[in-house]
Design a protein around this ligand. Structure first.
Ligand code: NI
Length: 249
């Protein structure tokens, strides 16, 4: 298993989380960046742990903290082989709609940076499916795309698959009332599927209410296996292969 989106820097004890995950069969962890101030910390964690790889970028909710000087900083760090992509970047109209224009501008700048560096993009899209899709279609030239914590409909999922994008599913797929996400898990081609935790958020059943951890990615894989009526091993094998391919691990 590979946890393709795990904020281990935000966990109570990152060292222990990485160790436990490895002991329980998580081969690698992809660590995204959300805040500009955390870029150094994310980089340091990728140097500290062999099986932790980093994504660098600024989350849409933090877009007001973007500065163009970050471009050179990210470029410099991206020379290191442990940095595997730009993320998490995108649009979030759920929390605050007052600076959509800034979000779009910062999203586009980071897409262009990913294209220049020839790195994949990890996309955060919350309540912004249409704008996210349109911006990616018009601005992304060469980067592979991962729609992290995919929350759209089956129809939107199919549109993304048509573009060759990857869809990452997390703990939400285990929630009883997550009808739409379960449908996506059932319908999309396995070649486009990734699994993640988004730890410390969105803890899967049966641990809801507790801090999410990278080893819980197993529950995501098990739920998808159940929905698709295939074995856990098959979901594990295919999603691991997909993660290695998209993030060049
Ligand atoms: Ni995240």
């Amino acid at each position: 298993m590979i946890d393709t989106h795990s904020h281990i820097d935000m966990l109570e004890n990152p060292e222990q989380a990485v160790e436990t995950a490895a002991a329980l069969g998580v081969e690698a962890i992809i660590l995204p960046c959300a805040y500009p101030k955390d870029i150094d910390k994310i980089f340091d964690l990728t140097q500290k742990f062999e099986n932790v790889y980093g994504l660098l970028g600024v989350h849409p909710s933090e877009a007001k903290d973007w500065e163009d000087t970050l471009i050179e900083k990210i470029k410099l760090y991206a020379q290191n082989p442990k940095i595997k992509g730009i993320g998490e970047i995108g649009l979030d109209y759920y929390w605050d709609k007052s600076f959509n224009d800034i979000q779009k501008e910062v999203f586009i700048k980071q897409i262009e940076l990913a294209n220049e560096l020839n790195l994949p993009i990890c996309v955060h899209d919350r309540d912004a499916h249409k704008d996210t899709f349109d911006i990616l279609k018009s601005h992304n030239k060469t980067s592979k795309v991962v729609m992290h914590c995919f929350s759209g409909s089956v129809e939107f999922a199919k549109e993304c698959v048509k573009e060759g994008w990857y869809l990452a599913l997390g703990g939400v797929v285990t929630f009883k009332n997550a009808v739409k996400t379960k449908e996506v898990a059932k319908e999309i081609p396995l070649e486009n599927l990734l699994i993640e935790t988004d730890a410390p958020y969105l803890t899967p059943v049966p641990h809801r209410g507790k801090e999410n951890r990278p080893e819980y990615v197993r529950f995501v894989a098990e739920e998808i296996a159940k929905i698709r009526e295939v074995s856990f091993e098959e979901i594990d094998k295919i999603t691991t292969r997909n993660a290695k391919k998209v993030y060049n691990l």
